[in-house]
Design a protein around this ligand. Structure first.
Ligand SMILES: Cc1ncc(COP(=O)(O)O)c(C=O)c1O
Length: 393
């Protein structure tokens, strides 16, 4: 959450005072309107507002028809949900390296493709756009689906197109830490009617409540209850009006930091697949060695400087993903994708050192989560502090 205030409070109050909190009531149509406005903003035909980014990823995978017998390629640096969503639909996550931009390495993706690969999940981590041209080309060549995990990139772009709109489907998160937020929430987008209908059925208990589900051609299979409510819809509609200004503000701050650090020899600003489309929510820079990265992180921590060595980002690094690394893919063995007969022979061997390029990068890269409305003095102080730490390396 970057900016929130009176407008969101008033929008939520209007819904509460109306007494119509359920999303299919006739009067207020906040969820329905948000879905239309979000699809318009992202540039897709369809959008579904639901309870989380994880729910969005799972619903999208269901929509795409991914399930047992399928391998799905996921980067080794992302929040664990990108990979656990794959397990939730009964498929197997196959881990790929990241490149210097901290997003999925397309060369390694090609190496990881087998005749069982069904889908690639590029993750626009920290708002850094993935190499979407190359990913879409690989997908076309090998007849694969692409689900963009844009959970950390609400509103970002790649070559002028909004992230999430380029693959077969996109997933967003609106949890508290995201660019726009209603506390917890998420969205699925797609241009494919079949994917939309299947994701809609899944997120709505087998489509028990959507009034227009009568128009669907897909059969109603069993789903989950991942529906949003009118208060969420009302808050998100206001948040959406703030999104582009937030991005512009963050990008300005990031540009000033990059300019101010340009002459610092100890670090290199990480490259981008599209700096214009970058969300501006995070600054990443890299040291020549892991030792320097660790020493910088130690000094920064001691002074309460707000940033982190990527290797220390917990469940964002594959070796900390216990359900995957230890094959604990379900609450009971009979439903565990790692034990399903359909998944026998799929790539499911993992080890702590299986992605050496990713390990090297996360140990040398430091990220700073940028906040909105930084003054020039605050930005200069950040630059000075980073340079001060660098001088002690
Ligand atoms: C890359 C990524 N994917 C998926 C998710 C899951 O989103 P949520 O927490 O809304 O379920 C997150 C959340 O932090 C994320 O960062």
């Amino acid at each position: 959450m970057y900016r929130i205030g009176k407008e969101e409070a008033e929008a939520a109050a209007r819904v509460i005072e109306s007494g119509q909190l359920f999303f299919v009531n006739d009067g207020f149509q906040e969820v329905k309107n948000f879905e239309r406005e979000w699809a318009e903003k992202i540039g897709t035909e369809y959008s579904i507002l639901l309870t989380s980014g994880t729910g969005a990823l799972i619903s999208a995978l269901v929509g795409l028809g991914v399930g047992p017998g399928d391998e799905v390629i996921v980067p080794g640096y992302t929040f664990m949900a990108s990979a656990s969503a794959v397990l939730a639909v009964g498929a197997i996550p196959v881990l790929a390296e990241i490149d210097e931009t901290m997003t999925i390495d397309v060369k390694d993706v090609e190496k990881k493709i087998t005749d069982k690969t069904k889908c690639i999940i590029p993750v626009h981590i920290c708002g850094f756009p993935c190499n979407m041209d190359a990913i879409m080309e690989i997908a076309k060549k090998h007849n694969l689906l692409v689900l963009e995990d844009a959970c950390q990139a609400d509103g970002g772009k790649y070559k002028g197109r909004r992230l999430g709109s380029i693959g077969n489907a996109g997933a967003f998160s609106f949890n508290y830490f995201k660019l726009i937020s209603c506390g917890e929430g998420g969205a699925v987008v797609t241009n494919d009617r079949k994917v939309y209908e299947r994701a809609a059925i899944y997120h709505d208990s087998g489509c028990a409540f959507r009034p227009y589900s009568g128009e669907f051609s897909e059969p109603f299979f069993m789903g989950m209850q991942l529906r949003s409510n009118e208060v969420m819809g009302a808050i998100m509609r206001v948040q959406l009006t703030r999104m582009d200004d937030i991005i512009a503000n963050l990008k300005e701050t990031k540009a000033k930091l990059i300019a101010g650090l340009a002459d610092e020899k100890k670090i290199t600003i990480i490259p981008s697949h599209d700096i214009e489309g970058d969300l501006g929510s995070n600054l990443g820079f890299r040291f020549a060695t892991a030792e320097e990265g660790a020493k910088f992180a130690e000094m920064a921590k001691a002074e309460g400087f707000d940033g982190y060595l990527v290797a220390n980002s917990g469940k964002h690094i594959y070796y900390n993903w216990d359900p995957i690394m230890k094959h604990l893919g379900s609450h009971c063995e009979a439903l565990n994708p790692y034990a399903l007969p359909q998944n026998k022979g799929l790539c499911m061997e993992y080890s702590d050192d299986m992605l050496p390029q990713t390990l090297d990068l996360v140990n040398r890269t430091y990220h700073i989560n940028l906040k909105c409305d930084r003054s020039d003095e605050e930005i200069q102080k950040m630059i000075d502090t980073i340079k001060k730490f660098c001088a002690q390396l």
